[in-house]
Design a protein around this ligand. Structure first.
Ligand SMILES: [Zn+2]
Ligand SMILES: [Zn+2]
Length: 343
């Protein structure tokens, strides 16, 4: 079978390897689609925390090819999607109810290798975060599970009430998912991005107002001007992963407002925080990372309901041999996501 391996920035290769065999509790899935992701773009450009060469891709869905001993919930031929991680439910953080910080998950239980004709799913993920795909759900829709589960978790962690104004900074795939979820949760959404194409999609997802940040001098001010008395938004979400945008988000919320820092930045960076805003204006700044099984489950239910649609999020199809092209097109911003298809 073919799979994609990362060697060094700018050097990814499609290589042949053996089809995996499932151990006890494991599944081997024959992938039908794999989606490109901003993480793949970052990996392609600057590497990742794993030692190369490592297998790439983490947004796939397919059909069960083989089941390991003891697997009772799934059978060969069934259409399934597996999330890319699962917590141990045993460590300090899991027991504290912060499964996204699970030590075991961070170190061992993040699945990579979604860009492959076949993929082995560890027992811990089979048990907690693997789902049978209903007949009326496409493989592309199912493959949105991982990024959507992160956006659903982030939305759940963001404090706002019905009728509040929420600004989403960044309209990539995750930003668009945030816009949709905040809209569905009853917010008046303002969307910020540099691309008019993505801002048009933001409106489709439910944004009432859009700000093209390339066309305004002061992004925070431009957003504040869209609120009563320029007081600022009730909540701001950062879905870009740039410290300067984190700072813009801090400066666009009203006193008592809430900022969610979702976009991961390069390691070791710091951002200045206006102490007046933090103390005298009582703003809350919260970071959020990844997701939890409860939110993966919620995301799958929302995908079933059609809360978001693969028709909006997934544009072009490529064979696995064209993986580089698919990732670079994603990086260019001319598509929301691309899709690898297998035959
Ligand atoms: Zn992803
Ligand atoms: Zn744990």
């Amino acid at each position: 079978m073919k799979r994609v391996l990362f060697y060094k920035p700018g050097d990814i290769r499609v290589e042949e390897t053996e089809v995996p065999v499932p151990g006890p509790g494991e599944l081997v899935i024959r992938n039908v689609v794999s989606l490109t992701c901003g993480t793949d773009v970052k990996t392609y450009k600057r590497g990742y925390r794993f030692e190369p060469p490592f297998a790439m891709g983490h947004e796939a869905s397919g059909v069960v090819h083989a089941v390991g001993v003891g697997v009772t919930r799934f059978k060969v031929g069934e259409r399934v999607v597996a999330h890319n991680s699962a917590p141990c439910n045993n460590c300090y953080f899991c027991k504290k109810g912060v499964q996204s910080m699970c030590v075991d998950q961070l170190q061992n239980q993040v699945l990579n290798g979604g860009y492959a004709e076949f993929q082995k799913i560890p027992a811990i993920i089979v048990d907690q975060n693997t789902f049978a795909i209903p007949d009326d759900m496409s493989h592309k829709q199912a493959a949105l599970l991982e990024p959507f589960a992160c956006a659903v978790y982030g939305t759940a962690m963001t404090h706002f009430d019905l009728g509040d104004t929420v600004c989403v900074n960044g309209c990539g795939p995750i930003g668009l998912m945030f816009i949709r979820m905040c809209y569905l949760r009853g917010a008046r959404v303002i969307a910020c991005d540099m691309s008019d194409t993505r801002l048009a999609m933001a409106r489709k997802m439910g944004a009432l107002e859009t700000v093209n940040v390339a066309q305004v001098g002061d992004q925070a001010k431009a957003v504040r001007e869209l609120t009563e008395d320029c007081r600022g938004v009730d909540a701001a979400i950062e879905a870009v992963g740039l410290p300067e945008v984190w700072n813009v988000a801090f400066n666009m919320v009203r006193p008592g407002g809430f900022v969610l820092c979702f976009g991961g930045t390069a390691k070791g960076l710091t951002v200045p925080v206006d102490t007046t805003k933090l103390h005298y204006e009582q703003i809350t700044i919260k970071g959020v990372f990844h997701t939890t099984p409860a939110h993966v489950n919620a995301a799958f239910e929302l995908l079933k309901m059609g809360a978001i649609s693969a028709d909006d999020f997934v544009q072009n199809e490529y064979p696995i041999d064209d993986i580089e092209k698919a990732i670079l097109e994603h990086a260019s911003g001319s598509v929301i996501k691309n899709c690898i298809v297998y035959n």
